[in-house]
Design a protein around this ligand. Structure first.
Ligand code: SF4
Length: 550
């Protein structure tokens, strides 16, 4: 009800006459009619009041209230999103329908960073394979293999063990199958040498062949590296590569592999959701159909891969929880593992809600600590964020005991969110800070929970949107260049935020959710572009500077 109050009108009028801007409260109609958005109503009321003062016209509080009420009921004008810079790399990549498939996206490999360990290992393994195919006369001249790391790979590579990952690829090891103990042995005995067979030629390599080169320069991507095969001073083969985030790699002159068209082409979440709604099905089923059509796989083959990833995620949580409470993570921070302690103590929490948050956090800590140890993790979407999705998978399978089919669907819907973020923004902390890693992981996890709980497509989108929105602007400033502080705990927060996002999305009126996921992904891209490079995995600012290690 809007109150009629003539006395109040008079008082307000007098107040305006004596000092119209002395008491700004008088410019606001404080009585907010029911059913009206409070913020919008107050803003309209303030604008009308200010206009009154500026024009010298006398408008009563009641008039202002009625006018503000009427204007508050008008449909809100969506302010057009600012256009993206056409030179932005993410814009160029964002053309055409989403073509990523699941085995490109969820990758198993050694931590602690998909862009600094899995990517470089894939790169040097790729080079090793190219070099092995060179003609015998060329190979006979070969004397040396050399890797040069640039940009963020050089700035923070030491803390990530990039040189060990790069060497492992050179000696023919692949991320999904490398024994983490091999990488540990490189750390413990850095002077080891290895023989690499290239045709009839054998070349000896060691960590000395991986060079930390310029951290700043005009690079095509912040994670740039070159690999060379030399014969004395002659370059027999050289390739410039980019580790573009999430373990994805590209190289100079890269053209994406040819794929089949998707059954349901989509560029945006709006289009994806329209496919689901128009076909009276779920986002997960649309994604399944696309996986089958793009990659030419059967349903069984797609699900077999998804199951492998679910099992790997569960295993990484279990492995992390099984570590000693006294374990110390590698590196100069001397960070004590805490997953097992948090898990054990959370189990004793009397209140179920406290227990839930504690256990979920412990699972995220467990998988993230595995990443920090350089053990096998799953990019979802990256190594640094590798604690988020596994904690939810573990909670929904081992905790909630949801059927496998629900988790499979959740994994496909989560992948859709990750694909969209990759398509229109970035998954690389070196390009976009931590919002691109933990933020995307949290959005994916929110979609996983919503889908596994049979939420409608709008709720899935809203949950993902909400989780991503509340990570926007989050910077990457790992202490001492190690993916430990803030990364390990940040995974726990990403997991809990994902659950919060699902709780809000599943309990609000879905159609009233005002921000769509596409707009938030665009904001992610814009924020990534504007973010100071000191906060993009360079350890040049933030926590990396304010924490002193003794
Ligand atoms: S701060 Fe975030 S983005 Fe940076 S290394 Fe840690 S987890 Fe990755």
């Amino acid at each position: 009800m809007i109150k009629e109050d003539k006395d109040q009108d008079v008082a307000v009028h007098q107040s305006n006459v004596t000092d119209p801007i002395g008491d700004t409260d008088q410019l606001l109609s404080q009585e907010i009619p029911p059913g009206v958005d409070r913020r919008r109503f107050l803003m309209r009321s303030a604008v009308i009041g200010a206009a009154t003062v500026m024009t010298g016209r006398v408008v009563s509080a009641r008039e202002r209230t009625l006018k503000a009420f009427a204007e508050s009921l008008e449909p809100p004008q969506q302010s057009p999103a600012p256009p993206l810079d056409k030179n932005l790399n993410v814009v160029k990549k964002g053309q055409g329908p989403v073509m990523t498939v699941i085995d490109e996206f969820y990758k198993v490999g050694p931590g602690p960073s998909s862009s600094h360990t899995i990517g470089p290992m894939r790169i040097t393994y790729d080079f090793y394979q190219r070099a092995a195919k060179l003609p015998a006369d060329k190979l006979s001249k070969a004397t040396k293999l050399q890797v040069n790391l640039f940009g963020s790979l050089s700035a923070t590579g030491k803390g990530h063990g990039t040189e060990r990952a790069a060497l492992a690829g050179l000696v023919g090891k692949e991320p999904a199958t490398v024994d983490p103990l091999f990488l540990d042995s490189l750390r413990d005995k850095p002077d080891q040498t290895f023989d690499v067979k290239l045709g009839a030629k054998t070349i000896t390599v060691s960590l000395k062949d991986v060079i930390y080169d310029a951290t700043k320069g005009d690079f095509h991507h912040p994670n740039t590296m070159t690999v060379k095969l030399l014969g004395g001073n002659e370059v027999l083969l050289e390739q410039e590569y980019y580790s573009v985030g999430g373990g994805f790699i590209e190289w100079k002159g890269y053209t994406p592999p040819k794929k089949n068209p998707p059954k349901y082409p989509f560029r945006t979440m709006k289009e994806l959701r329209a496919h689901a709604d128009n076909n009276k099905t779920t986002i997960a089923k649309i994604m399944l159909a696309n996986e089958m059509s793009i990659a030419g796989r059967s349903e069984e083959e797609v699900y077999a891969f998804v199951d492998k990833i679910i099992n790997a995620m569960t295993a990484t949580v279990k492995s992390g929880l099984s570590m000693s409470e006294d374990d110390v993570l590698p590196g100069p921070i001397k960070l004590h593992s805490k997953a097992a302690t948090v898990y054990k103590r959370a189990m004793d929490d009397k209140l179920a809600a406290d227990r839930g948050v504690g256990l979920l956090s412990a699972c995220a800590l467990a998988a993230s600590e595995e990443n920090a140890r350089g053990h096998l993790v799953i990019t979802a979407p990256t190594g640094g964020s590798a604690g988020v999705m596994p904690s939810l998978v573990y909670a929904l399978t081992e905790g909630r005991k949801l059927p496998l089919e629900k988790i499979r669907d959740g994994m496909l819907a989560a992948a859709a969110i990750g694909y969209l973020c990759k398509h229109h923004a970035t998954l690389s902390a070196a390009e976009g800070g931590c919002q691109a890693e933990i933020g995307v992981a949290s959005a994916m996890a929110a979609a996983l929970i919503a889908t596994a709980n049979d939420a409608e497509s709008r709720v899935v989108e809203n949950a993902a949107e909400s989780a991503l929105e509340h990570h926007l602007g989050m910077t990457c400033d790992p202490v001492a260049g190690y993916v430990q502080v803030p990364c390990v705990e940040r995974c726990a927060f990403g997991a809990v935020k994902a659950w919060t996002a699902y709780e809000i999305a599943s309990n609000e009126i879905a159609s009233r959710h005002r921000i769509d996921l596409d707009a938030t992904i665009q904001a992610l891209a814009e924020t990534a572009k504007d973010m100071n490079s000191k906060y993009k995995e360079t350890s040049e600012a933030g926590l990396a500077l304010s924490v002193t290690l003794c």
